[in-house]
Ligand binder design. Structure first.
Ligand code: FAD
Ligand code: NAP
Length: 622
């Protein structure tokens, strides 16, 4: 039976209920305080051996049988996780190590795991975060080939992590989630899945879970540009995120549309192959130095690790950790660059300006078009562009800084009305970054898809107000704008694992962020973000898919975010309990450790670090 949360979020405490039945107690409902339907009769509660049978201060008699299991018992719990990219892999690993009695199913639409690094195979695709910071803290690879790694090597790393930890058993490949609906009475998500692209009518089925986690990636829904005639092009038309490796660019006339991070990587990677290159770069953008340059090669360039260095990393994990920490520290302090008018912000701008002018010197007419004047470095995601500007100034390259008029069957009509023939069109035009779910997510009569048309209300980049038992990895107002996403994914996981443990042990049926809290958080974030370059007048995917919208980044540094996520703030949530009493999890008066062999005097500290009751104790001593 449905137990709605209070309609007055500001006033509500945990688990208020109005006139609804709680788990088999047919005619009464209780809130977490044992109040019944807000009726006050001024009586006092009594607790006898069989349960709550007396009267509470302001409620009539209620009877909630005591749960005859020890406190600390983990109830069976099912999680459905969407996507087996970096987020899904991390979640599966942690779940297998840190949770018990939890069934996990990860639905992955692709025929391989790896997400971003499986899908993006365009020439030059690489991490611009140093390799040693783009890996899990719990499984470091000592033998990265390069300081910045290519897409293939990163995918191989994730695949190896998954295989070596037997995480494949949780994953159903070629299974696309197409709908999710919260069933309030049951306290479950009903998730509709289509397998094998739905070739067979029986390929659509429903699965049910206590918790639904969206790990489908914000950069996973690639999009074609809106350009007249695009589909009329008769030659190969590629998108960077949907690359066809069979297309040979050697000796071809090629049009690249887009100068975001993908365009900046693909252009220098193909310049030596193509006969003629046209690049559409319609908006100014800061091309910066590589991230964490202090440890990079000369002038911030990529380099290959020597065998001796890799061996040292293998032999001396402490040294390797020290090295990783040095680079991660360099990345993390970069947030000062994002804050307006800081010395770091000014320095980054001055440096990038000087570098862009130097590199565009062969085609000075491009400076006015490509160098931003009204927004700072980092407004759009900084794009370390090794070789990009050099490729633009190459003799065989034509840069178009306005919109194309049209794509034709064999070429395109440029901004000046001239037709150019090309053999291949490459769209480096990015993704739908609106955060709008790609399928209906229904809860309490709302479809989340409808809420993304206007300004978003977020909560710590990981949840949505008043949507029960639902978390997003890499959601709005998360740390989108700087540094490696992998430590963030670990932080999301640790947070959600804590929530699951609590739900299991404390018999929580429903947990959802209060709207008033999310609004308060969003107002704070919006106010703070005005201090950052992200709010500048640039087009960027941090603005929830539209240039004119506000940025939806975390209002602070990475360290600030990681600290915030360490412990869930349960006061920000509404909770509902399976039994109707928030204290029924106290159970039969014993703790699970009194039955399961754990140390009964753990509070004295552990012998040999093991939480296990010693098999014997010393004999009496005199
Ligand atoms: C080209 C490129 C380069 C990048 N470089 C960096 C970088 O240098 N540093 C950095 O920190 N980040 C980088 N990123 C961001 C990168 O996306 C994240 O770092 C990280 O890989 C995200 O992992 P994820 O698991 O959250 O999402 P993803 O890797 O996007 O994985 C999501 C998974 O969910 C699956 N999925 C989606 N919808 C459904 C559905 N309906 N049903 C079932 N499955 C579904 C997808 O198939 C996919 O496998 C880059 C992104 C791109 C596109
Ligand atoms: N690690 C890396 O090096 C790396 C590499 C690739 C991607 N990424 C991640 O992925 C994100 C997305 O990068 P992305 O480059 O794929 O997408 P993006 O940053 O959104 O860039 C898309 C580009 O396409 C252009 N574009 C879109 N429609 C167009 C049209 N109709 N005509 C002309 N140009 C058009 C955009 O121009 P406007 O700006 O004018 O709209 C922009 O230059 C990055 O920010 C980053 O987070 C990282």
């Amino acid at each position: 039976m449905a137990i709605p949360l209070s309609e007055k979020p500001d006033e509500q405490d945990i688990g208020h209920r109005h006139g609804h039945q709680v788990n088999g107690h047919a005619d009464e409902s209780v809130n977490g305080h044992g109040q019944v339907n807000g009726i006050s009769n001024g009586t006092t509660s009594l607790i006898n051996g069989n349960g709550l049978t007396g009267h509470l201060d302001d409620g009539p008699a209620i009877e909630i049988p005591i749960r005859e299991t020890p406190m600390g018992t983990t109830r069976p719990f099912k999680v459905i996780f969407m996507g087996m990219g970096a987020s899904g892999i991390n979640f599966a690993y942690k779940l297998s190590r840190e949770l018990e009695n939890v069934e996990l199913t990860i639905y992955e639409k692709n025929d391989e795991i790896g997400g971003t690094w499986f899908e993006n195979k365009y020439p030059g695709c690489a991490c611009d975060i140093p390799s040693v910071c783009y890996q899990y803290s719990w499984q470091r690879k000592p033998d990265w080939t390069h300081y910045y790694s290519g897409s293939k090597e990163i995918w191989e790393y994730f695949k190896q992590v998954s295989d070596s930890n037997q995480l494949g058993k949780y994953v159903k490949l070629k299974h696309r989630i197409v709908r999710a609906e919260w069933l309030d009475d049951e306290g479950k998500w009903k998730v509709t899945v289509v397998r094998n692209n739905g070739r067979d009518p029986d390929d659509t089925f429903d699965d049910y879970a206590d918790l639904f986690i969206h790990g489908g990636g914000v950069l996973n829904n690639w999009k074609w540009p809106e350009i007249k005639g695009l589909s009329s092009f008769e030659g190969p038309r590629l998108h960077t995120a949907n690359w066809d490796e069979k297309v040979d660019l050697h000796g071809k006339k090629v049009l690249v549309i887009g100068a975001g991070s993908s365009g900046v990587q693909v252009v220098p990677a193909i310049i030596d192959q193509v006969d003629r290159l046209f690049v559409v770069a319609r908006s100014p953008t800061w091309i910066t130095a590589g991230f964490a340059p202090a440890y990079a090669g000369p002038n911030g360039a990529n380099f290959a690790y020597s065998e001796a260095t890799k061996q040292r990393f293998r032999d001396d994990p402490t040294f390797y950790l020290w090295y990783c920490k040095a680079i991660e520290s360099e990345l993390s302090v970069r947030f000062k660059m994002i804050v307006l008018d800081t010395p770091e912000n000014k320095e980054a701008r001055a440096f990038s300006l000087q570098e862009m002018r130097r590199k565009l010197a062969r085609k000075p007419e491009l400076m006015d078009k490509l160098i931003p004047t009204d927004f700072g470095v980092g407004c759009r995601r900084p794009t370390p562009g090794n070789g990009f500007l050099e490729a633009l100034t190459h003799d065989k390259t034509t840069v178009l800084t306005e919109n194309l008029q049209e794509i034709t069957p064999n070429g395109f009509i440029g901004p000046d009305g001239q037709h150019h023939e090309v053999d291949v069109v490459i769209c480096a035009t990015g993704f739908d970054t609106s955060f709008r779910p790609q399928f209906p997510i229904i809860s309490n009569g709302r479809n989340l898809q409808d809420e993304y048309a206007s300004d978003l209300v977020g909560y710590l980049g990981l949840s949505v107000p008043e949507v029960p038992n639902y978390f997003i990895f890499v959601g709005p107002y998360g740390p989108l704008g700087h540094g490696s996403l992998v430590p963030m994914v670990e932080a999301y996981t640790n947070y959600v694992v804590q929530v699951i443990k609590k739900m299991q042990v404390e018999d929580i049926k429903k947990i959802q962020v209060k709207r008033s809290v999310a609004q308060d958080f969003t107002r704070h974030a919006d106010r703070y973000l005005k201090r950052t370059v992200w709010s500048g007048p640039c087009s960027s995917w941090f603005k929830a898919g539209s240039v004119s919208r506000k940025p939806v980044c975390w209002p602070g540094s990475r360290i600030h975010y990681l600290s915030m996520l360490q412990t869930p703030r349960y006061e920000d949530f509404d909770l509902e309990y399976l039994s109707g009493s928030r204290f029924n999890f106290l159970g039969n008066g014993f703790h699970a450790r009194e039955y399961d062999g754990r140390d009964l005097t753990w509070y004295y500290s552990l012998l040999d670090g093991q939480d296990k009751q010693p098999e014997s104790f010393p004999p009496p001593l005199y």
